[in-house]
Design a protein around this ligand. Structure first.
Ligand code: IPM
Ligand code: MN
Length: 351
């Protein structure tokens, strides 16, 4: 197979972790006779420095022309403490999601056999966890009307959803559940929010189209608790943008490190693959960040192109590296900590 992949390294540790995913992908491609070409483009703070725009049109064109986008991370501390900044790196990510129509963010949570005791949660609670949070990505409070009232002392952000937006996300959720454990949990705050009541009503109306799927409806605050108490009771969750943002960070600790969880953003056109972690600026340029979330995001990419064996080989080599202690400092626990690039080299060599 011939694939043209847009390579958006972004900010902070983005370039370092992306490099390892490219190494591993190239090794897999070579082994199986695929041809990968990579087209780099700027996003985030790096793009602002270059042209004043966090997601320039030139980058969008590269993404649209590509078969898939592999993305690192976005964000730079110089913007975090400057509430008056007009252009922010994160706007680039939001613009990219919107312009590429990436309305569903697939965030799996699973455990690794050799890391099960590294999780802050007890083994018996997390063993067997295999859930997917399907986060709505182009609507809700992230994209609703926002602003300040005239006196400057009142600010507002609005959570708005249309039935159509909920339906297309829920459809993906039902379809995903059908390929797995046939359980779907709609996470909302329908006891308080009108938009949540629309979510519930819309999903309820779709239930009859998927009679094999068992649907539950739970409030987001309760899910925040149950997710760490009984993560292995969930299969597929669907939820709005901000709830999904928060719950997926929470879910990532189940696996033992935030540096491990991959994601795919899917929608109307080109799909995008990215680690769920951020740009981790404290580690930028030090060659210490964990590249596995990005490597596993590349595995999701191969899977979506129907290259199941290739994806599985990537996951297997990742498991092997963890079992053999070829890990970065976040997982080293006093043992030898490998560099980001060393982990990437090891993975590519062992493909
Ligand atoms: C994520 C990130 C982004 C989000 C930020 C960087 C805008 O936290 O992908 O989860 O909130 O969606
Ligand atoms: Mn987030």
């Amino acid at each position: 197979m011939k694939l043209n992949i847009a390579l958006l390294a972004g900010d902070g540790i983005g370039p370092e972790v992306i490099d390892q995913a490219v190494k591993v992908s190239n090794a897999i491609a070579k082994k199986h006779g695929h041809e990968l070409s990579w087209t780099p483009a700027l996003t985030g703070a790096a793009a602002i420095d270059d042209c004043g725009e966090p997601y320039p049109d030139s980058t969008h064109d590269v993404c649209v022309a590509a078969d898939a986008v592999l993305f690192g991370a976005i964000g730079h501390p110089k913007y975090d403490n400057d509430p008056s900044a007009k252009v922010r790196p994160e706007q680039g990510l939001l613009k990219m999601r919107k312009k590429l129509g990436l309305f569903a963010n697939v965030r799996p949570t699973f455990t690794f056999p050799s890391l099960i005791d590294k999780s802050p949660l007890k083994r018996e609670r997390i063993e067997g966890t295999d859930l997917i949070i399907l986060r709505e990505l182009t609507g809700g409070i992230y994209f609703g009307e926002r602003g300040r009232k005239d006196d400057g002392n009142t600010a507002f952000d609005t959570m708005t959803y249309t039935r159509a937006e909920i339906q297309r996300l829920a459809k993906k959720g039902f379809e995903l559940a059908m390929t797995r454990g046939k359980k779907l949990c709609c996470v909302d705050k329908a006891n308080v929010l009108e938009s949540s009541r629309l979510w519930r009503e819309t999903v309820q109306a779709m239930e009859k189209e998927y009679p094999e799927v068992t649907v539950s409806y739970e409030f987001v605050d309760a899910v925040a608790m149950r997710l760490v108490q009984w993560p292995n009771s969930y299969d597929v969750m669907i939820t709005e943008n901000l709830f999904g943002d928060i719950l997926t960070d929470e879910a990532s600790v189940i696996s033992g490190s935030m540096g491990l969880m991959p994601s795919a953003s899917v929608g109307e056109t080109t799909r995008l693959y990215e680690p769920i972690h951020g740009s981790y600026p404290q580690a930028a340029g030090k060659d210490i960040a964990n590249p596995l979330a990005t490597v596993l995001s590349a595995a999701m990419m191969f899977e979506d192109f129907g290259l199941t064996k290739e994806a599985q080989e990537i996951r297997d080599v990742v498991n092997k590296s963890l079992a053999e202690g070829v890990v970065t400092e976040d997982l080293a626990e006093g043992g030898k900590a490998f560099k980001t690039s060393e982990v990437g080299d090891w993975l590519a060599k062992n493909i």
